[in-house]
Design a protein around this ligand. Structure first.
Ligand code: 5GP
Length: 190
């Protein structure tokens, strides 16, 4: 989508190790009217799917998911990074390796908030190796809910997570797909 590509070109900063910083508009300081326009695009893509819940992962997906949720008129459920070994069996749990932080978190959702009557849309800010989204797909599967698909603000196509999820049959809608960084130049998939 042109809107996101133009903003990345204007305000994104490429760091060593294939990291794109967009925290001046997306995941630290949030340009809410801009994110609202992007969420309208997500709504247009999934509005026929009878979504009942939006699922994301803390922390940076939550703000985006909430703006999208206003359009779908559904609640947002976010997977929590559990800090203590919570042994409750009222939880669905999965492991997610963080690309940016280099650690693995167990993430959890309460069983009471997702079940087989739900049709879920997963939303996140970035899709890189696909660990975060794969974890969320796993939580949806454990709950017996239907997965309508996923929407991400920025897919780093060169890390392959998006294509792996598509090959697994997951519908992935990305507002911009980056195929390569060439120095400071960003090459988008068209
Ligand atoms: P994945 O699990 O797909 O490898 O990575 C997704 C998560 O890693 C996202 O939730 C996002 O927080 C973070 N992430 C991955 N790549 C980048 C990046 O280039 N920039 C930023 N800001 N976050 C990233």
């Amino acid at each position: 989508m042109r809107l996101m590509q133009d903003r990345i070109i204007k305000d994104g900063k490429v760091y060593p190790g294939g990291i794109l910083k967009v925290d001046c508009f997306l995941n630290h300081l949030i340009d809410v009217p801009f994110v609202d326009k992007l969420c309208e695009d997500i709504f247009q893509a999934y509005k026929e799917d009878k979504i009942t819940k939006i699922l994301t992962i803390e922390a940076s997906g939550i703000g985006i998911a909430c703006i999208a949720a206003l359009k779908f008129k559904v609640p947002v459920l976010f997977a929590k990074k559990s800090k203590t070994k919570n042994l409750s069996d009222d939880l669905y749990r999965t492991s997610v390796h963080s690309f940016t932080h280099g650690n693995t978190n167990e993430v959890i959702i309460s069983k009471g908030y997702l079940d087989s009557r739900d049709n879920v849309l997963i939303i996140d800010d970035f899709l890189a190796n696909g660990a975060a989204l794969t974890g969320l797909v796993d939580l949806v599967a454990q709950s017996g809910a239907k997965l309508a698909g996923a929407a991400v603000m920025i897919e780093k196509g060169f890390q392959g997570g998006g294509d792996r999820l598509r090959a697994m049959g997951v519908r992935v809608h990305s507002l911009a797909i980056i195929d390569a960084f060439d120095g400071d130049k960003i090459i988008f998939r068209q």
